[in-house]
Write a protein that binds this ligand. Structure first.
Ligand code: NI
Length: 218
């Protein structure tokens, strides 16, 4: 027998075989690989011909729907799972109570598939959050915006910006202490020279809309 859906059980993110049909989807949502963070492969460190994107997504009214460890973990894992399932190569990411950022390389020309996949992920997460809070139909997400990166300098600057975003938001003194971002993974998988090059890249001229006050508990 399938276990009953419980309020504390996080949703599985979109499944590649359930794109065009809802049949059986609810059943699958409670099965499948449990609670494992699908870390991406080692970073590329170059722009992709198919497109490299910087994405920021935010909750509606900047509400802290993903406050706390459990919710952050589900959002973090869901994002990496979508990337893995649909061939998006994530290179940097940072997830917070009311927004997230990532830099990723597209598997195909253009970002249309990304919009669709993120839309499905957001919908599932919203349903889960609303079930937890007993607020059916409440709007959870505001939107997301993507920027295609075409210059190496702006790409490298955004990599650093994203790896280090938990420090910018005042959550930790050193980015690799924050588990819901790519810093520790990056330092583990890249060479010491690459880490040094990215972390010393100048970001002071970078303009990223990122005026979010994030919840302090993670
Ligand atoms: Ni931010």
């Amino acid at each position: 027998m399938q276990p009953e859906t419980s309020k504390s059980e996080p949703p599985m993110p979109p499944d590649s075989s359930s794109v065009s049909t809802c049949n059986g989807d609810a059943g699958r949502a409670e099965t499948g690989p449990p609670h494992k963070t699908p870390w991406p492969h080692a970073p590329l460190h170059r722009l992709s011909q198919n497109g490299t994107y910087f994405v920021t997504a935010a909750t509606y009214l900047r509400q802290h729907h993903f406050r706390g460890r459990q919710r952050l973990r589900v959002l973090h894992r869901g994002l990496l799972r979508v990337a893995l399932d649909f061939g998006w190569h994530f290179e940097a990411w940072a997830v917070f109570s009311n927004h997230y950022h990532f830099v990723a390389h597209s598997p195909t020309e253009g970002a249309e598939t990304l919009s669709r996949r993120l839309g499905v992920l957001h919908e599932r997460l919203a349903k889960w959050i609303n079930r937890l809070d007993n607020t059916p139909r409440r709007r959870v997400w505001f939107n997301f915006r993507e920027t295609r990166l075409t210059y190496r300098r702006s790409y490298l600057a955004r990599l650093r910006y994203t790896h280090q975003n938990a420090v910018k938001h005042g959550l930790v003194a050193v980015a690799n202490q924050y588990p819901w971002c790519s810093a520790a993974w990056f330092e583990r998988t890249a060479s010491a020279a690459q880490v040094k090059a990215i972390y010393s890249f100048k970001t002071d001229r970078l303009q990223v809309p990122d005026e979010y006050d994030v919840a302090p508990d993670w």
